[in-house]
Design a protein around this ligand. Structure first.
Ligand code: PT1
Length: 279
C-alpha cells in the first residue's frame, strides 16, 4: 500500500522509519537544537540520506509532564520549518500536533500527514483532518502529557488500546475520513506503566491483525530508562531491540531519533521476514 501524503508517496509495502524533528526548546532528548529553519533543513536532509521515509515535525513536547504550548506559539515554531524543508526534500512531512489550527497551518505550509497523539479528540480536530484530506495517525493516550503518568490503570491494556483506536477509526469514518487514510499507534509511554508498555509490545501482533497499518514510537523513552537504568542518551540499543520486535510483529512505521541505525535494524528484520523457507 502506498499512501499519498499531499502529493508525496509513503510506501508501506515495507517497514519504514519516521524521523523525529523536534522544534521545541524543551524537547526531552534533543535539547531543542533544531529551531532555526536552516538547521532543521540540515537535520531533515541527513535523515533523508539515512533512509527515513517521512519526517515528523513537532512544536509541542508530549513527553510526560511537558508544558502546554499556545496555538500561536506552536504555529510560529513549526510553519517556518515546514516551509523551508518541504520544498527541498522529496519525502512527506508529518505534523505532530493535536490542535486543529496547527494542523491547518502545517498542511498549508506543505505537511502531508497528521500525527495526533490525541487521535483527533480535540474539539474541531476531526473536521480539520477531514477537510485537509491527508493521512492521519491516530494514537492511544490515557490522560494528557501533563498528568498521564500519575496513575495509569487498565483491566486489559492490549484489548482496551485496540478498542479505543478502532472507536476512533469509526469516528473518523463518520467525519468522512476513509480507512485508507488511517494509521494506528498504541502510544508507548502515554499513560502506561512499564508493564503496560511491555504487554503492548508482546502482543502488538493483535493490533496489527485488526488491519490498519501500525506506527510505534519507543525511541529513547523512559520505559527503557526504568527497566535498564540507563540515561536518555544510552537508550539506542534497547530502542532498536523494541523496534525490531515491533517490525517482526508487522508494525509498518517506526518513529525514531536515530534514523540510520533504525533503518538498518528494520531492514534486517524485513530480510528475515521475507526469506524463502527452503531452497
Ligand atoms: C509516539 C509519539 C508521538 N511519541 C506517535 N507520536 C512522542 N504517533 C511524540 C517517555 O516516557 O509514540 N507515537 N509523538 C514522544 N512522547 C513521549 C512519551 C516521549 C513518553 C517520551 C516518553 O520518556
Amino acid at each position: 500500500m502506498i499512501l499519498d501524503c499531499a502529493g508525496k508517496p509513503l510506501d508501506l509495502t515495507k517497514p519504514q522509519v519516521m524521523g523525529i524533528l523536534n522544534v521545541t526548546p524543551d524537547s526531552f532528548s534533543d535539547g531543542g537544537q533544531f529551531i532555526a529553519p536552516e538547521a532543521a533543513l540540515k537535520q531533515a536532509q541527513k535523515m533523508v540520506a539515512d533512509g527515513a521515509a517521512i519526517i515528523d515535525v513537532g512544536g509541542e513536547s508530549t513527553r510526560p509532564g511537558a508544558a502546554v504550548v499556545s496555538v500561536d506559539e506552536e504555529i510560529a515554531r513549526v510553519v517556518p520549518v515546514i516551509e523551508t524543508i518541504q520544498a527541498e526534500i522529496d519525502i512527506p512531512i508529518s505534523i505532530d500536533t493535536s490542535k486543529p489550527d496547527v494542523m491547518r497551518a502545517a498542511v498549508n505550509a506543505g505537511a502531508g500527514f497528521i500525527n495526533d497523539v490525541q487521535a483527533l479528540r480535540v474539539d474541531g480536530a476531526l473536521q480539520a483532518a477531514a477537510e485537509l484530506d491527508v493521512p492521519v495517525c491516530l494514537m492511544h493516550a490515557q490522560g494528557t502529557p501533563e498528568n498521564m503518568q500519575d496513575n495509569p490503570q487498565y483491566d486489559a491494556v492490549v484489548a482496551e488500546v485496540a478498542q479505543f483506536l478502532y472507536e476512533r477509526v469509526a469516528e473518523c469514518k463518520q467525519a468522512g475520513i476513509g480507512r485508507d487514510k488511517l494509521i494506528v499507534d498504541p502510544g508507548f509511554g502515554f499513560g502506561k506503566r512499564a508493564s503496560h508498555n511491555l504487554r503492548l509490545m508482546k502482543h502488538l501482533r493483535e493490533l496489527v491483525e485488526r488491519g490498519l497499518p501500525v506506527l510505534i514510537g519507543v525511541s529513547r523513552k523512559s520505559m527503557i530508562g526504568k527497566l535498564l537504568n540507563v540515561s536518555v542518551d544510552e537508550r539506542l540499543a534497547a530502542s532498536l531491540a523494541l523496534s525490531a520486535l515491533a517490525v517482526w510483529q508487522g508494525a509498518k512505521i517506526i518513529r525514531s531519533h536515530d534514523v540510520c541505525e533504525t533503518v538498518q535494524a528494520i531492514m534486517m528484520c524485513d530480510h528475515v521476514m521475507k526469506v524463502e523457507d527452503f531452497g
